[in-house]
Structure formats: structure tokens, C-alpha cells
Ligand binder design. Structure first.
Ligand code: IVH
Length: 667
């Protein structure tokens, strides 16, 4: 066959196969028997083999490809992937509606969607081609799992309109695939996955895409991230457009005008949930109109224009066999119930939280009791109460020990605290927990140095303090169980890279009492260097917005310790960065023209991209939103500005042209 002819035939086969694939995996409505699909696929494979330079990455033959990766690359989300606030009752939903109505002038239409219990992912398409897929991660930084996502057949490798768009949705494992997978695993004596969500997440975190390909994952798309040319004005239009582009959207979404109808939808799905072929853990309710979404905006963690209704926790009954004690990072002793294993909400539970001794007393929970346990969403299961009617008289009261179960020092109860603590600063259990915290995702984020490795290193006496992590040598690591050459190189690389982390990660990682990751960021942005913070007086720290007395006191006391000073000196000598690399507080100028202003960019600009303009405006304290409303302060209109400009003029919003923007930005 001539090359030109082959090219045409390949294009034709790819188109037909993509259509079959779409009908089968997205519409759930195949138009041809499997054999016909297989035959055409084989024809395409043969042609591509004969003309390898005609193979494109969008070809249906190229879903599972490439060599296994060494590690996942980190991806920065341009638009953060936020999570949602929770509602647990009809009253919570009414409160949400009330707050939304107060925050916007017009009536509200709600969109209700099923809350799919899977893994949030982002898919980037450039000029209609699927170029990158990522996990949500911590919302700001995710991992590049493109090659695994390509194996999900309901994800189109190319979309209509040559659109450049980032779409978001939930990857999940349907019940059927989950049952089949666990059956297989049990046959091979592999630990079965606890629930479909863990199975989906585990599959997408495999470095070899062949494994993900064998797991029969699926996806529903429910949102849009970055989308420069986006013109739509409502969430429901976006859902429809996603479907038009060839994405799989969940068909059960509905639009309602009143919160009572929303509550009815929630109640309906609470009953219908077992009849679905995939797991849902609640309902997501979103304000439909995008302008109203903009008006309502966000709290620190989640949008005010959406909420997740979580189905009530499922309960189960089992027997309390024992109580285990563990020592946390701050020395707090936590009792954990050891139970006869029982299934709750799709998971087998063998242990559950008992919180603290007072609670055990208050609830009069005894060893050997029949107990009710509950599991709410992703929160760890807890013991709710003892079923006293079932007592036989053999149950035994539980008493906390006087000594630390790990180091044997005397336990103390600090003033006003319910918890018992071990206050021995060299208690091995505390040191180990402190190390696990230090390397964790929101702290130094050292990949490959998870809990298991830390425990091994600790046991082998290779690390004792945080600084020891930076002293690890290749040979130390090679001697550990299950550590090959490659994983050792990766781990050493990850440790080395973490040295460059911005100060807030280190501050959070140190585990100073009351200093969470948000406070750590605030402190780092304000003090800029570790030295400044070490030298800061109580009042200097308290003067900072969002930092209270308890935090300020804790920081001052922490840095007074000689051991801390020594640790910081050691880390500095080992090359760990002690400076803040994020945006400076004074760079967010308070008196700039943009400070506190809501700005909309529209039309084409000559001398800068929309992204550059957006970043510059944000640097100056402005907020850039996508649509014009009464709350918009300035609309910057480039060439060919359309409906947004019209709307701004109608509402009397200040309009600037590109020149005015350049002047203000000094570009
Ligand atoms: S919207 C800012 N819609 O639930 C809006 N989320 O806490 C972000 N999820 O991280 C999410 N189904 O993983 C949305 N139909 C749906 C969803 C959904 C499942 C997950 C998602 C998100 C979490 C919200």
C-alpha cells in the first residue's frame, strides 16, 4: 500500500474505532459487536506496524504504552483543585441555601450531582488533544498520571472543536470491576482492596500503565479548570458542553429552583444508592450561575457556591477484644479499640478510635463489650457506644497505665487537658512519629520516605532526629529490606530536593505545637527567614494577622530550647533552605490600584497573555474572575471583546483598554 493511501486508511480506522469506543464506554450503547471492533483494531495495528511513522499518540492503539515510570512528576495546578464543605442534614442544606441567598441578589438555581466516591483528577487538552492528566494531590500540587489515565477508555484521547481546556472529574472503579479484582487478588493471596475508592487510587498510582489498564476504571467529568476561551455562563451549560465534547458525564444531575427540591433529590438517592453500579458517598449541590458563583467566592478551604451532602455514617456491631495504646508525635497516648473484624460501609474494620480515657469512662466501655462502631466517609471508624444489654458479667473495666507504653517514663496529664502524655523528649515513639510528620505531604513532602521506611530506618538506628534524614548514605539504604538501587537513588534524590523547600514546609514539619500548615505559611511569609522568626519576640509574632496568643507563645517557647537551636544549626549546615520562597507580603501592595478589586479580563491583548495579566493583577492584590457582575470593579477589554464588555457597559462598570493596563502595571 502506498503511504498516502495508508495515511487515509489509518485516519478512517481511527475515526471509526474512536466512535465505537465512545459508544461503548461513554454512551454505554455499542452499535457493533465486539468482534467487529477487534477486527478493525487489528487492521489498524497491522497498518501502523507497516508504517510506524504514521502512528499518532491519539491513535486508539496507543492507550497502553510506554515503559513503566520511575516516579510520578509533580504538577502545579494553575487553578487550585479545592474540596467542598460538608452538610450532614436537611438543616445544613437549608443553612447553605440561606448563606447563598444572602451573598447574591438574584434567585438561585441549584445543580445536584451524585458525589462519586473515587479520586479527583484533572485532564488537560491542548488543541483537542489529551496532553496531561493529574491527581488532585494537596489541591495545589498533584502528580502526573497521564499514562495511567490514558488507559481509561471513557477518556477521549482527542475532543471536538480542537478545544484547549482543562476538565475535572472523578476516576472510579465500578462495583463489578472491584469485585472481580478482589476475587483475583484473593486467588493470588494478595491483600484485597478495602473499597472501590482505595482500589481506584491504588490503580492510578501504579508506575506501570499496564496495571491500570487491567483494572477497568471509569470516569465522570463534572467541572472545568483552566479554560481561556470559556464563554459559558452556567455550570449546567458546562456539563452539557463537556458531554458535547465527548466526555462522560453522570446522567443523574438535575437542576432545581428550591432547596426543598434539592432535599428531595438527596433523600431519593439515599435510598437508591445501593442500586447504582458504582459507589457514591453523597450528593454535591452547586449554584448553577457562574456569575453568582463568582459573587459568592471562596472561604479559605472551599467554595461558598457548592456543598457536599454526605450520607450518614453506617453503623455496625462487633466485640471489643482489646485496647491498644499508641504514643503520638506530641506524646499524647491514644487508645485504639481492637475489634472482631466487621464490614461497615464497604470496608472491613478491625480497629477503631476510642479518643481518650475520659471518653471510655464516660461511655462506660469495657473490654469484651459488644460495641456499636461507625464509619463516616473517609474518617477513621470510631466506637460509638457499648450495648449494655448484651453484657454477660465477664467484661472488664479498662485502666490507662501510669507509664509510657513505649519508653516507660511516667505519664502526666497537663493542665486542662483530657489526654495523658509522655513528656520524655527522647521517647522513641514520639521521635518516630515526629519523623513521619516531617516527611509527610504538607510538610517536607519527601516521596519514597513513607511510614514504613521511616520505621525501618528508625529500627536500624539509621535515623534518630530530623537532621539524620539528611545524613543518610547510599550504603545505609541499600542494606534495608526491599530497597533496590533504583529506589535508593530515587529516595536520595527526593531527600536532596526537599532541601530547597520553602520555609513554611520546614516550619510545619518541625511539628511546633499549635502550628498547622496554614499558620506556618503565614509565619514564613511574614518573617521570611528562620533566623528572623527565631529572634522574634512574643509581641512581634502576635502582631501578625491570624496568629493568636497560644501560637505565639508556643513558637517563642519552642525556639528557646537549646536542642531546637542545635537542630536548626545542623539543618542549616546540611544545606536545608531556611528562607521563604513564596510571594512576599509586601509585594501584595496594599495601596495599589488593584488591591481588593475584582477584575475581569476579556478580549485579545497585544503585548501580554491573559495569564501574564492575571498574575500581575493578582500580585497587586486584585482578584481576577471570569464573568462580569455588579461586584466587578474593572473590566479590561482587549480587541474583539464581546458580551463581557457589553455587560460591563450595561452595568456601568469601569472599562479599561490594554494601554491603560500597561500603564498601571508599568509594562
Ligand atoms: S465538585 C470546587 N462534583 O468530592 C468543587 N466533586 O470535596 C470541587 N466529587 O474533591 C468538586 N463527585 O473528589 C464535585 N459531582 C462532583 C463530585 C465531586 C465527587 C469529589 C471530588 C472532590 C470532593 C469534594
Amino acid at each position: 500500500m502506498e503511504k498516502q493511501q495508508a495515511r487515509e486508511k489509518i485516519a478512517e480506522l481511527a475515526e471509526v474505532l474512536n466512535q465505537y469506543n465512545y459508544e461503548y464506554h461513554v454512551l454505554d450503547n455499542p452499535s457493533v459487536p465486539d468482534a467487529e471492533y477487534d477486527e478493525k483494531m487489528q487492521e489498524l495495528r497491522n497498518l501502523e506496524e507497516a508504517f510506524p511513522d504514521l502512528v499518532t499518540s491519539e491513535s486508539p492503539t496507543q492507550r497502553v504504552g510506554g515503559e513503566p515510570l520511575d516516579a510520578f512528576q509533580k504538577i502545579q495546578h494553575k487553578v487550585p483543585m479545592l474540596s467542598l464543605g460538608n452538610a450532614f442534614s436537611a438543616d445544613d442544606l437549608r443553612d447553605f441555601a440561606r448563606r447563598a441567598r444572602q451573598g447574591t441578589d438574584d434567585d438561585i438555581t441549584y445543580v445536584c450531582e451524585l458525589k462519586i466516591d473515587g479520586l479527583a483528577v484533572s485532564l488537560m487538552y491542548e488543541d483537542g488533544k489529551f496532553v496531561q492528566g493529574a491527581t488532585r494531590g494537596d489541591g495545589t500540587t498533584g502528580e502526573d498520571i497521564t499514562s495511567n489515565l490514558r488507559t481509561i477508555r471513557s477518556i477521549p484521547l482527542s475532543i471536538k472543536d480542537n478545544e484547549t481546556i482543562e476538565v475535572r472529574g472523578e476516576a472510579f472503579m465500578p462495583h463489578q470491576s472491584f469485585l472481580k479484582l478482589n476475587e483475583e487478588r484473593e486467588k493470588h493471596e494478595a491483600e484485597p482492596f478495602a473499597n472501590p475508592r482505595n482500589a481506584a487510587a491504588g490503580s492510578l498510582r501504579q508506575l506501570d500503565p499496564k496495571i491500570a489498564a487491567s483494572r477497568n476504571l471509569d470516569i465522570f467529568l463534572y467541572g472545568v479548570g483552566e479554560w481561556e476561551s470559556g464563554q459559558l455562563t452556567s455550570h449546567s451549560e458546562r456539563l452539557e458542553y463537556l458531554q458535547e465534547l465527548g466526555f462522560k458525564t453522570n446522567p443523574e444531575w438535575r437542576k432545581y429552583e428550591t432547596i426543598d427540591e434539592v432535599i428531595e433529590y438527596v433523600e431519593y438517592w439515599e435510598n437508591e444508592r445501593p442500586n447504582l453500579s458504582y459507589e457514591i458517598d453523597g450528593i454535591v449541590i452547586k449554584v448553577d450561575n457562574l456569575e453568582q458563583q463568582d459573587e459568592l467566592g471562596f472561604t479559605a478551604k472551599s467554595p461558598r457556591w457548592a456543598i457536599a451532602y454526605k450520607f450518614p455514617a453506617e453503623e455496625a456491631i462487633t466485640t471489643l477484644r482489646g485496647i491498644e495504646l499508641s504514643v503520638g508525635r506530641t506524646g499524647v497516648i491514644t487508645p485504639t479499640a481492637v475489634l472482631d473484624s466487621v464490614k461497615v460501609a464497604g470496608t472491613t474494620v478491625k480497629r477503631a478510635s476510642l479518643h481518650n480515657e475520659d471518653l471510655i469512662r464516660e461511655k462506660d466501655i469495657r473490654l469484651g463489650d459488644t460495641v456499636v462502631i461507625k464509619k463516616a466517609g473517609d474518617i477513621i471508624p470510631e466506637v460509638v457506644r457499648a450495648v449494655k444489654d448484651k453484657r454477660t458479667g465477664d467484661e472488664k473495666e479498662f485502666f490507662m497505665p501510669d507509664e509510657c507504653p513505649d519508653c516507660g517514663s511516667e505519664l502526666v496529664r497537663l493542665e486542662e487537658e483530657v489526654a495523658l502524655r509522655c513528656i520524655n523528649p527522647s521517647c522513641p515513639a514520639q521521635l518516630k512519629e515526629g519523623l513521619i510528620h516531617f516527611v509527610s505531604r504538607d510538610a517536607m513532602n519527601i516521596d519514597g520516605l513513607g511510614e514504613k521506611v521511616i520505621i525501618q530506618l528508625f529500627r536500624e538506628k539509621l535515623i534518630h532526629t530530623i537532621a539524620d534524614i539528611y545524613r543518610l548514605q547510599r550504603d545505609d539504604l541499600l542494606n534495608l529490606e526491599r530497597m533496590g538501587d533504583k529506589s535508593v537513588s530515587n529516595l536520595l534524590g527526593a531527600i536532596e530536593n526537599s532541601k530547597a523547600n520553602s520555609l513554611e514546609r520546614l516550619l510545619f514539619g518541625l511539628g511546633i505545637r499549635f502550628i498547622g500548615s496554614k499558620a506556618a505559611r503565614t509565619l514564613a511569609a511574614n518573617f521570611e527567614t528562620m533566623k528572623n522568626l527565631q529572634q522574634a519576640a512574643f509581641d512581634d509574632i502576635l502582631a501578625i494577622d491570624e496568629i493568636g496568643e497560644k501560637m505565639a507563645d508556643s513558637i517563642v517557647r519552642y525556639f528557646e530550647e537549646a536542642e531546637v537551636k542545635e537542630l536548626i544549626d545542623e539543618l542549616t549546615a546540611l544545606g536545608v533552605n531556611m528562607e521563604y520562597n513564596g510571594p512576599k507580603t509586601e509585594d501584595i501592595a496594599v495601596d495599589s490600584v488593584f488591591s481588593g478589586k475584582t477584575v475581569v479580563l476579556t478580549g485579545k491583548m497585544e503585548s501580554f497573555t491573559r495569564k501574564e495579566a492575571k498574575e500581575a493583577i493578582e500580585q497587586q492584590g486584585g482578584t481576577v474572575t471570569g464573568s462580569v457582575s455588579k461586584k466587578t470593579d474593572i473590566v479590561i477589554a482587549g480587541e474583539d471583546a464581546g458580551s463581557k464588555l457589553e455587560k460591563a457597559q450595561k452595568l456601568g462598570v469601569t472599562v479599561w483598554n490594554e494601554e491603560q493596563l500597561s500603564e498601571v502595571l508599568d509594562w
